[in-house]
Design a protein around this ligand. Structure first.
Ligand SMILES: NC(=O)c1ccc[n+]([C@@H]2O[C@H](COP(=O)([O-])OP(=O)(O)OC[C@H]3O[C@@H](n4cnc5c(N)ncnc54)[C@H](O)[C@@H]3O)[C@@H](O)[C@H]2O)c1
Length: 309
C-alpha cells in the first residue's frame, strides 16, 4: 500500500472509487475532496464506519480543502458534472474544463509528485487540461476510459459466448467517445481469436453496443451516468501503480510521435507501474483501425483547440 490516495469529486464515481480503494487497502489514508460542503465529510465518515465490518484499515476522510491531501501519491480526478440524457460528452467541455483546471492547480501545489488519474469527461481533453495546468510530465498524467470501454466489450462477449469474463482479452483504443476503436484482431478468448468463436454480425453488434455503452446506462438511469464500472476501471489503474504490477492496460496517454501522432491524449496500450506510464506499446493496426484511430484523434483535437487557459 502507499501512504495517501486522494479522490477529487465525492460524487457517484469518486465515492465508489474511494470505497473500492479503501476496501482493497491500497493506501493508508484515502482522502475524498469535494466542493459540496458536507458531502465528502459525510461519505468519508460513513465509509470509515464500514471498516470494522469489511475489515480494512485504510483511514477514509472527506474534506472540502486540500490541506488533508498534501503529499498524495496518487490523485484520481472525478470532479465535474456528469452527462444528462441526450447530452454528449463534449457538451460537458466548458464546465468541466474550468473544474479540472482548478483541481489540477491545487494538486500541483499540494502533491507535486503525485500521479494523476483523470476520469472527468470529456476524458481525453480533461487529461490535456490536467497535464497543461499541473505541468506534470506525461508519465504522471493518465486517463481512465479504455479500461472501462474494454470491460464493457469483454462483458458483452462473455455473455454472448456464455463463458467466463476472465477468459476474454480485449483492447479498446482511441478517444473515449463514439469514435473509440475496438481492436477485433486482438480480441481473444483464452488465446483463441474471437473470429473463430463468433460470427461477424454478432461481433459487429457488440462493437456497436460498446461504442454506446455509456449512453445505454444514462438512458436507464435518467439522472446521472455509469459509476460502478467506471470506478472499477480507475481502481484497476490505481492498483497497477500501487503494486507496480506493470499491467498493460488501454489508457489515455499524451502521445509524442507514437502511432504517428503528437500533442494530444488518446487511448493506447500502456504499461502502468509505480512511475505511472512506464511505456506506450505500439501494436500493429490494420489500415481500417489506423484510419479509425486518426478519426478518433480528430474528435479529440477539435474540443482541445477550444480550451482557453
Ligand atoms: N472516463 C470515463 O470513462 C467516465 C465514466 C463515468 C463518468 N465519467 C465522468 O466522471 C465525472 C464524475 O461523474 P459522477 O457520476 O461521479 O458525477 P457526480 O455528479 O455524481 O459527481 C461529481 C462531483 O464533483 C464535484 N465537484 C464539482 N466541482 C468540483 C470541484 N471544483 N472540486 C471538487 N469537486 C467538484 C460535485 O460536487 C460532485 O459531487 C463526470 O465528468 C463524468 O462524465 C467518466
Amino acid at each position: 500500500m502507499v501512504n495517501k490516495i486522494t479522490v477529487v469529486g465525492a460524487g457517484n464515481v469518486g465515492a465508489t472509487a474511494a470505497q473500492r480503494i479503501a476496501e482493497k487497502e491500497l493506501a493508508r489514508r484515502v482522502v475524498m475532496v469535494d466542493v459540496a460542503e458536507g458531502i465528502p465529510q459525510g461519505k468519508g465518515l460513513d465509509q470509515w464506519e464500514s471498516a470494522p465490518i469489511e475489515g480494512f484499515d485504510s483511514r477514509v476522510i472527506g474534506t472540502t480543502g486540500y490541506e488533508e491531501t498534501v503529499g498524495s501519491d496518487i490523485v484520481v480526478i472525478t470532479a465535474g458534472i456528469a452527462r444528462k440524457p441526450g447530452m454528449s460528452r463534449d457538451d460537458l467541455l466548458n464546465t468541466n474544463a474550468g473544474i479540472v483546471k482548478q483541481v489540477a492547480e491545487n494538486v500541483a501545489r499540494t502533491s507535486p509528485l503525485a500521479i494523476i488519474i483523470v476520469v472527468s469527461n470529456p476524458l481525453d481533453v480533461m487529461c490535456y487540461v490536467a497535464k497543461h495546468v499541473s505541468g506534470f510530465p506525461r508519465e504522471r498524467v493518465v486517463g481512465m476510459a479504455g479500461v472501462l470501454d474494454s470491460a464493457r466489450y469483454r462483458s458483452f462477449i462473455a455473455e454472448a459466448l456464455d463463458v467466463s469474463v476472465r477468459d476474454i482479452q480485449a483492447m479498446v483504443l482511441g478517444g473515449h467517445g463514439d469514435t473509440m476503436v475496438p481492436l477485433i484482431g486482438y480480441t481473444t478468448v483464452s488465446g483463441i481469436p474471437i473470429s473463430q468463436l463468433m460470427d461477424k454480425p454478432t461481433l459487429d453488434a457488440i462493437v456497436d453496443r460498446t461504442r454506446n455503452g455509456g449512453a445505454e446506462i444514462v438512458k436507464h438511469l435518467k439522472t446521472g451516468s455509469a459509476y460502478y464500472a467506471p470506478s472499477s476501471g480507475a481502481v484497476q489503474m490505481v492498483e497497477s501503480i500501487v503494486f507496480d504490477q506493470k499491467r498493460i492496460l488501454p489508457c489515455s496517454a499524451w502521445l509524442d510521435g507514437e502511432y504517428g501522432m503528437k500533442g494530444l491524449f488518446l487511448g493506447v496500450p500502456v504499461k502502468l507501474g509505480h512511475l505511472g506510464i512506464e511505456k506506450i506499446l505500439e501494436v500493429t493496426l490494420t489500415a481500417d483501425e489506423q484510419a479509425a484511430l486518426a478519426r478518433s484523434a480528430e474528435a479529440v483535437r477539435e474540443p482541445m483547440a477550444a480550451i482557453k487557459f
